[in-house]
Design a protein around this ligand. Structure first.
Ligand code: URA
Length: 422
């Protein structure tokens, strides 16, 4: 087989054969297909799409490129959640211990942020001592002893996706529904979870800007999961404004701890409880209501044990950025819009995210939103506080916020519902 034939077939709008797909993924993983050839094929897929059978086979081949995790030694069913990424989306942090407190085991292999969307591992690494990289034996130990583990996927899991995702990221080929669906699902299926809840984000701060695209992505992923025997459910949820008040790393950990302590912003609590119920139902665990486990502190107990088991100190003060800058409300009225993308880019430019994979992130950088869409504000009151380690970052962050919020007297926000569809 020849890479050029495969590229030409997809370029000319044909469906790839199972043999072509298996060969392509295996050869690319071995290094026998050049990056420029794979880049060209990814662009042909982005432009011409894939059939359902092609996506299924492509996912299968990516799973087969590496190891599969096995949690069968655990004494309870496994459930995992995957979000397609957003701004202020810290839900995994309270959710994993909450679901564990209610009786399922949560093997949550997570990623880092890139661009304007944050990454769970970057957030957790702001906790002094906490380690994202665990051996498979350590993962099993943490989950067996605490009920949940949040860590980086090992290099052996879907290595084809690891290479391909890095390539797509720099070749303008991320935004392809077949490639996103196969990328996410190959990792989740190789991770070995029995049940999976997908939180497909919709809006300016998400990959999927509109409901129709999000629905197609969700349907494709649910189809792949179901075909592999993983009980898979997808929710479409709002990402037109930031989730909660905190956007960044340590600031999002602090907000997650508030939720675990029974407080926190309403939307974060609502989505956490909603996703927890879905995960427990998909895993077949019919026990406590997650809202009770937040109220009575049992989710917090799991969080503390899980953080300690990964070397972190749950009582250590979180890092604080050296510099702060307040954005004041320019007028009185109702905050009708607070754009997720604008706030996400601002947090990224403040140092919370990275421009290149190898860049470090700042633990303290980020944005606190003092007002949420729908709130009434007075001229001159603080709307946002920006945090950075270097004050020189404020100008570019402020530029990202231009036009990202709107205050109107007597106005009403035009927001997506938090839960758009299931
Ligand atoms: N997340 C992934 O893991 N893969 C994608 O392609 C997009 C988001």
């Amino acid at each position: 087989m020849d890479a050029i034939d495969v590229i030409r077939a997809k370029r000319d709008g044909h469906a790839l054969t199972p043999e072509q797909i298996d060969w392509t993924i295996a050869a690319y993983t071995r290094g026998d297909i050049a990056e420029e050839q794979m880049s060209s094929l990814a662009m042909a897929v982005l432009l011409n799409g894939m059939t359902r059978d092609e996506v299924a086979r492509w996912t299968e081949a990516m799973i087969a490129s590496g190891e599969r995790m096995d949690w069968s030694s655990l004494d309870r069913p496994t459930a995992d959640k995957h979000s397609t990424g957003g701004v202020g989306d810290k839900i995994t942090l309270p959710l994993a211990p909450l679901v564990a407190a209610c009786g399922a085991a949560v093997p949550q292999l997570s990623g880092r942020g890139l661009g304007h969307t944050g990454g769970t591992l970057d957030k957790l690494e702001s906790i002094p001592g906490w380690r994202a990289s665990l051996s498979n034996a350590e993962m099993l130990d943490v989950i067996a002893s605490t009920g949940a583990v949040i860590c980086a996927a090992g290099t052996g899991l879907a290595p084809a996706d690891r290479k391909l995702y890095a390539l797509r990221d720099v070749t303008g080929t991320v935004e392809s529904i077949p490639l996103i669906a196969s990328s996410i699902m190959s990792k989740k299926i190789a991770e070995g979870t029995g049940a999976l809840v997908l939180d497909v984000k919709v809006g300016s701060g998400a990959f999927m800007k509109n409901v129709a695209d999000a629905r197609e992505l969700a349907g494709t992923m649910v189809g792949i999961g179901t075909d592999h025997g993983v009980r898979t459910v997808a929710l479409l949820t709002a990402m037109d404004r930031p989730l909660g008040r905190a956007v960044g790393n340590a600031v999002e950990v602090a907000e997650s701890v508030e939720v675990l302590a029974g407080g926190g912003p309403e939307d974060v609590v609502e989505l956490t409880v909603l996703l927890a119920r879905e995960m427990l139902a998909a895993a077949g665990v019919d026990g406590r209501d997650p809202a009770d486990a937040l109220r009575d502190g049992s989710a917090m107990d799991v969080w503390r044990r899980m953080i300690s088991a990964q070397g972190g100190d749950p009582d250590a003060p979180l890092p604080v950025a050296r510099e702060a800058h307040e954005v004041l409300a320019p007028a009185s009225g109702v905050l009708t819009r607070l754009d997720a993308y604008g706030v996400g880019v601002a947090a990224w430019r403040l140092g919370a995210g990275r421009a290149r994979k190898e860049d470090p992130v700042s633990a303290g950088a980020g944005v606190i939103c003092h007002a949420r869409p729908g709130d009434t504000v007075r001229e001159g009151q603080p709307l946002l506080t920006l945090y950075a380690d270097d004050a020189a970052r404020f100008d570019r962050a402020l530029a990202a916020l231009e036009g990202a919020y709107e205050i109107r007297e007597g106005g009403e926000p035009d927001l997506l519902p938090l839960l758009i569809d299931r």
